[in-house]
Unconditional design. Structure first.
Length: 150
């Protein structure tokens, strides 16, 4: 959390999209950074974006996350419907990998891309509405996305 607080001192105009309306990411990140506490409702969510304690523990393994945990995710807007976290986290659990796959609500792709290196996100999948835009942004830096096109 100290790294996050330090980041906020230089980025005072906006909070990066992964934490906006997203208790799952906020809780996982806080625990990964060493926080002793994170909130999750035991049963019914009391606010939008909250994730049940059952999912926080079983799917995201938030109680096992450390700074060594590799973080991956899927970006989109909306993102709550994505089955990618279920698919990837189930695979990480089966393979006993110290990794977590989080859904990131991304409204502004450029802001997200600027913020993510500071937080150590190792990689992410892209869904709507950012699929075509990401190719235009990444192509000058890296040609590999072109190879994935049919």
């Amino acid at each position: 959390m100290l790294a996050f607080c330090g980041w906020l001192t230089t980025h005072t105009t906006s909070l990066p999209s992964p934490w906006a309306r997203s208790d799952c990411r906020r809780a996982c990140w806080a625990l990964r950074e060493g926080s002793a506490l994170a909130y999750a409702p035991v049963a019914t969510a009391t606010a939008p974006g909250q994730i049940a304690l059952r999912d926080l523990k079983a799917l995201y393994r938030a109680h096992e996350l450390t700074r060594a945990t590799r973080v991956f995710g899927v970006i989109g807007d909306p993102i709550g419907h994505s089955l990618s976290p279920l698919l990837h986290n189930t695979g990480y659990i089966a393979a006993r990998k110290d990794a977590v796959y989080l859904p990131f609500l991304v409204e502004n792709l450029k802001d997200f891309l600027k913020a993510m290196p500071d937080f150590g996100v190792r990689g992410f999948s892209v869904t709507l509405p950012h699929k075509e835009k990401i190719l235009r942004i990444l192509t000058p830096w890296n040609r590999w996305p072109r190879k994935l096109e049919p």
